[in-house]
Design a binder for this molecule. Sequence first.
Ligand SMILES: CC(C)(COP(=O)(O)OP(=O)(O)OC[C@H]1O[C@@H](n2cnc3c(N)ncnc32)[C@H](O)[C@@H]1OP(=O)(O)O)[C@@H](O)C(=O)NCCC(=O)NCCS
Length: 413
Amino acid sequence: MTIELRSVTEKNFVEWRKAVRQGFGIHVHPEDITRLRNDRAELDRLVAAIDTGSERIVGTGGADSYSLTVPGGAVIPMAGVAYMTTSVTHRRQGAFSRMMKQIHDESRELGDIVSGLWASQSHLYSRFDYGLAVNSYDWEIDPSFGSFSHSPISDDDESGAHVYFVDADEAAAMLPGIYEQMREQTAGSVDRTPGRWRYQLFDAERVRDGASALFFAICEEDGEQTGYVAYRMRRKGDTDMGVLEVVEQVSVTDTAHATMWRFLMNFDLVGKITATNRPADDPLWWMLSDPRRLDRTSHDALWVRLLDIPKALEARTYNADGQLKIGLVSDHQPAVAGTYVLEIDDSQASVKKTTDKPDVIMTPADLSAIYMGGATPGPLVEAGRIDTVSTGSLAKLHGMFSTDSAPWCAHYF
Ligand SMILES: CC(C)(COP(=O)(O)OP(=O)(O)OC[C@H]1O[C@@H](n2cnc3c(N)ncnc32)[C@H](O)[C@@H]1OP(=O)(O)O)[C@@H](O)C(=O)NCCC(=O)NCCS
């Protein structure tokens, strides 16, 4: 029996999509196959692993085309790797590794500078030189403990910030503009095409898991829409203290953030608010009178691999000028191994390879982890992942790569 990698076409797309969902233990609804085809999937970026004996699909994978914001605000092309499965009948025969290689090779040819993914298992992707670039938090809070001791909104604030509810059609028109402003100013964020927005806001009963349909509210200040929340309610009857589940909350200003969370903490008949995928440095904790009441669970969000190391390093800005030689070691990509000189002048880097001795040595995965400021290099040195060769190199590395705020990827794919 051999496994062959083949294209995904209109003819085998349904079988491919069923195989993807089966890999995650899910039966796919026929309408959801059409939705994926129309609103998200790029056929020429998908791959199927076929058992040539049975001619059945036994492995799936692919990428969606994204634009990723990096520190400093530049936007670079990113392959959003997804759909990766191998049937349990054909596991550990290299299908996954071969599909990953093909996706990376094709993405590089298409001009992608990085690839990124959300991992179902956190031990799968370092072997392909992915590093954990964005971390996020899931929250729970009893809103009766939601009073603020601090707020960016002063008593004489004249922005007139206020919140109003909108229906699903209005939300579909308003949310993208607010998200787009957030994406432009937030490293780690990716674009949402109109198709992705339809996919995101799809709200049939089968995706609600017993909760209400989505509710939407907008924050407006000085006539500008500066924030939104999409949430569901989960309540068992008129007297139940239910759960308000924040599906997505985006703010463009500090005032919008404070106004939105003030609004969310104000509901009667809510005993708990949950929110998923909140930014690692969200200021809410620092605003609460009793911050321990905000229960935060950390989880890995976006994993990143630098497909073109010089271009990726040159795309972002840096916090300190100077020169640093970074030695990269990689079993997976011998071609990228070597030493790179990073010359930073006026926050911008120029990068070239050198035969000089490096100041620091790491894998491309660890470079990816610090690339957007999501991880600071100190703990990676302490963990034995980054080796500091020359005196003062950790301080230099830290000073150059640190960012004013943590990266955040609001879009799960
Ligand atoms: C994860 C999965 C795609 C791996 O597929 P596969 O074809 O068996 O993987 P490969 O044979 O190419 O193995 C690649 C390497 O990963 C390792 N590996 C793969 N899955 C692993 C797992 N679950 N646990 C530990 N190691 C694993 C293999 O041992 C191999 O290691 P090596 O390179 O050191 O030899 C497959 O098991 C699967 O579909 N799982 C369920 C869906 C899922 O989690 N997908 C990932 C989506 S983000």
